[in-house]
Write a protein that binds this ligand. Structure first.
Ligand code: NAP
Length: 552
């Protein structure tokens, strides 16, 4: 186990690496770098570790990947010793786990909390990054790693009059640390993505009345959460080597589960219904993996979508509400599928109502109401479950300038461009963890985080051994990769939805399918092959001669 605090260079005060963010990516990156003898400094804007799990403290927040799999695999002692209590861990438990990891590997001494990285500028003469933080200080580092998270830039939409609302306004992605009590209050919830769908049932239990404002009806599958038994935990622990291998190399989404061997239309209608029922009864994300073509073939997709629409009709008693809750604007799964506990049944409660804001968008928020189609829905508090400027939002908040003073935001104005999602041309020695162009949000994030961190760690060791001063994405390799990411996405149904994968939730954001949909196993092999071929497609510069060569 590595621990000891990193010391900057005694003469220059420079670090080998600056890491931005102390979520699951930043913490593991720090741990790996220390073990390899690199000095590293982590800056974290929050007051503690955990990233997304530090900020998303809304009622009902829990992970939709099973706890035994949504956990680090790099330390066998850790995975053997940590006891997850439930099939899907609630947010406080995941945050506790993050804190446990920080303590266990003695990470905090290299993390500066409550500090935002505001600027990073590449100095071409020194071949190093100058990193300026919100405390007004600037440090130098040869490398910078953006571990800024994909769903970390919570966003309040621009709704007329929001500033006039007299009650409290909460955002699920930036929830207060103290407990919020909705008892006796009329609560308005705007947004019906994963966060809205998880929080609605819990808010409804406490509030006097809950009004859900729905723009796009969403597909949701029951979680079937429950306590994990010792036997279930032991079964995972005994089989961890195979489970982790399978998640990394075989499963497209980094989750160990039974893999589909056929398309939906290869089965008779009865057989299909039986399989959908079995998955629905089992619950969880793997509903989409009952067949191998639900993301590819619209007729196959319709069969799954119709099944879920039928379930909504069965659960929701009021037929008008049931109809409104049935998604009909996108194929199932093309917006991130939601996992819920009693979401649809919540609409059977007498204190819950649904307001359609697709047909009639919110006109205005007044001091005490949300006005829709001329009617005022009075509320005492508002919960915005309106999502994030995903994948690029937190990178864009940092002023990053590369070679020739080129600004990253300008380079990405037409959409993010990366080679392998790891680096972007013109910005040497800058790595992104689970960036656009990598499987990232389409996968079990921890699997993808560990893969990227390990790849970057190996790359830095390679550079040290070879005496390389810089490495960056080659322009041609980057263009080819961006084209490949696009081509693979457009062979699927995903681009048909106005999703945050496409940047569609942010007015003015370019419509590009950002993550790589080729699957984590395929992607890992590509990354490994590139490295094995001497980092093919990357451009390197040697330390002494300052000679630029295209490798591979
Ligand atoms: P989201 O999926 O982007 O949902 C945002 C919701 O707000 C959508 O219903 C959206 O409607 C609505 N909305 C946005 N702007 C609006 C406006 N101006 N007026 C009215 N409605 C508006 O955000 P999220 O629910 O926070 O989830 C984001 C992602 O985080 C998830 O997809 C998932 O990957 C992750 N997450 C995971 C978990 C988990 O592990 N269980 C939990 C929460 C989040 P439209 O659809 O019409 O845009």
């Amino acid at each position: 186990m590595s621990s000891a605090q990193s010391s900057p260079d005694p003469t220059t005060g420079a670090y080998d690496v600056v890491i931005v963010g102390a979520g699951f990516a930043g913490m593991y990156m720090l741990h790996r770098l220390r073990g390899l003898g690199f000095s590293a400094r982590v800056y974290e804007q929050g007051g503690g570790v955990g990233g997304t799990w530090y900020w998303n403290r809304y009622p009902g927040a829990r992970c939709d990947v099973e706890s035994m799999q949504y956990s680090y695999s790099f330390s066998d002692e850790l995975q053997q010793e940590w006891d997850w209590s439930e099939r899907y861990a609630p947010q406080p438990e995941i945050l506790k786990y993050a804190n446990h990891v920080a303590d266990r590997f003695d990470l905090r001494s290299d993390i500066q909390f409550n500090t935002r990285v505001e600027r990073a500028a590449f100095d071409e003469r020194a071949n190093s990054w100058s990193v300026t933080t919100s405390d007004g200080k600037t440090v130098q580092a040869q490398f910078i790693v953006l571990a800024t998270g994909c769903l970390s830039n919570a966003r309040n939409p621009d709704i007329k009059g929001l500033e006039n609302f007299k009650g409290a306004v909460y955002h699920t992605g930036n929830w207060p640390h103290e407990s919020v009590d909705f008892t006796g209050l009329r609560v308005g919830l705007i947004g019906t993505g994963s966060s809205g769908i998880q929080s609605a049932p819990i808010i409804a239990e406490h509030a006097k009345h809950l009004t859900v404002f729905q723009r796009t009806a969403n597909f949701s599958i029951p979680a079937r959460n429950g306590a994990l038994t010792d036997e279930e935990r032991d079964a995972f622990r005994k089989n961890y080597p195979e489970i982790r291998r399978f998640a990394r190399e075989v499963a497209r989404n980094g989750i160990y589960a039974e893999q589909p061997d056929r398309g939906a239309l290869d089965d008779s209608e009865d057989a299909r219904r039986a399989k959908f029922k079995a998955r629905w009864d089992r619950g969880g994300l793997t509903f989409m993996y009952v067949y191998n073509n639900l993301g590819l073939d619209l007729a196959a997709n319709d069969s799954a979508a119709n099944y879920v629409r039928g379930k909504i009709t069965e659960i929701v008693k009021d037929s008008t509400t049931a109809k409104l809750l049935q998604p009909n604007s996108h194929p199932i799964g093309t917006k991130r599928i939601c996992i819920d506990t009693d979401y649809f049944a919540t609409f059977n409660r007498p204190n819950v109502s649904l307001v359609d804001i697709k047909t009639n968008p919110i006109q205005e928020i007044t001091a005490n109401a949300v006005r829709v189609a001329g009617a005022d829905h009075e509320v005492d508090a508002l919960v915005m479950a309106t999502g994030f400027d995903a994948m690029t939002g937190s990178v864009a908040k940092i002023d990053i300038s590369g070679r020739g003073g080129e600004m990253l935001n300008q380079k990405w104005a037409e959409g993010p461009k990366t080679y392998l999602g790891l680096m972007t041309a013109g910005f040497p020695n800058l790595f992104i963890i689970t960036g656009p162009g990598s499987p990232s949000v389409l996968s079990n994030m921890i699997v993808s985080i560990e893969q990227h961190v390990d790849w970057i760690a190996d790359c830095l060791v390679h550079m040290r051994k070879q005496g390389l001063a810089t490495m960056e994405a080659g322009r041609e390799a980057e263009e080819k990769w961006v084209a490949h990411v696009n081509e693979v996405a457009h062979g699927t149904l995903y681009p048909q939805a106005n999703s945050w994968y496409m940047g569609a939730n942010i007015p003015g954001k370019p419509r590009i399918f950002m993550p790589y949909i080729g699957g984590v196993g395929v992607y890992r092999r590509i990354c490994d092959e590139v490295a094995a071929k001497g980092y093919e497609g990357f451009v390197t510069e040697a330390e002494v001669q300052s000679r630029r060569v295209v490798t591979g």
